[in-house]
Design a protein around this ligand. Structure first.
Ligand code: 6PG
Length: 239
């Protein structure tokens, strides 16, 4: 069963989650000399980036951390929509990293970039279950039950044999790049960060394993004690 950590506010959640992220990174660095983590986009991680900068700048600069992404919007990195762009503006531009940043190039032709990113991950990361193994992934959840950029109606991407694919936001038609379900579930650790009352019903469905939850890609992310759901009281109000 996944672990749950309920925090009073998004700010307290980000503070706690930042400590957990740093702990995971330190553990991986002590074992293999570096940590490979994949970030998600959206608004929730922005608080995490601010907390990491405020409370953990020294660790981030001392530890060898390689950053990947779980997904990206197909826009230039200068765009406010860019997941990499926001992480760069809020965090990476303000620290001296000793590891590498492997961004998904949202400005490139999506299918070509999906292929490139897949090959790069296979080359960089060790293989487990025939897929690249990331040490830690950070995931969010949309109020429609999407995670990374796998949306309802795209459940086949949870079982794709590809590593990274071009998906589409069905509401805006925006092209996306996303790691597939097998890669997301192949990571050693998973941290969800979910905030807001608008997510509480989906959270309830997912944790009660309701029939309607079967439409949500997020329901197909594994549930075991290497997965922790950080939620604020609003998102967790129905469980
Ligand atoms: C993205 C994200 C996406 C996000 C959810 C939640 O690129 O949009 O990777 O999966 O995690 O939409 O977003 P919020 O944190 O903004 O609610």
């Amino acid at each position: 069963m996944s672990k749950i950590k309920i925090c009073q506010t998004p700010e307290l959640l980000a503070e706690d989650a930042a400590k957990k992220v740093i702990g995971s990174i330190e553990n991986n660095v002590s074992i293999k000399g570096e940590a490979d983590i994949a970030l998600s986009g959206g608004n929730t991680p922005k608080l995490l980036f601010e907390m990491l900068l405020k409370n953990h700048k020294d660790e981030l600069e001392k530890l060898k951390i390689n950053f990947y992404w779980c997904d990206e919007r197909c826009v230039p990195s200068e765009s406010k929509e860019s997941n990499f762009g926001e992480a760069y503006r809020l965090l990476f531009s303000k620290i001296n990293l000793s590891g590498y940043i492997y961004r998904m190039k949202g400005e490139k032709n999506p299918p070509d970039e999906a292929e490139r990113y897949s090959s790069m991950m296979k080359n960089n990361l060790k293989s487990k279950n025939e897929f690249p193994e990331i040490d830690l992934i950070l995931l969010g959840m949309g109020d429609d039950g999407h995670t990374a950029s796998i949306f309802p109606g795209q459940l086949q991407l949870m079982n794709s044999d590809k590593v990274c694919v071009n998906s589409v936001n069905p509401y805006s038609g925006q092209n996306r790049l996303t790691l597939t379900g097998k890669v997301l579930n192949n990571s050693a650790e998973i941290i969800f960060m979910v905030t807001g009352k608008n997510k509480s019903k989906i959270v309830k469905d997912v944790f009660e394993d309701s029939d309607s939850s079967k439409e949500y890609p997020v329901s197909f992310i594994r549930k075991d004690d290497s997965v922790i759901w950080y939620m604020d009281e609003s998102a967790a109000s129905l469980i």
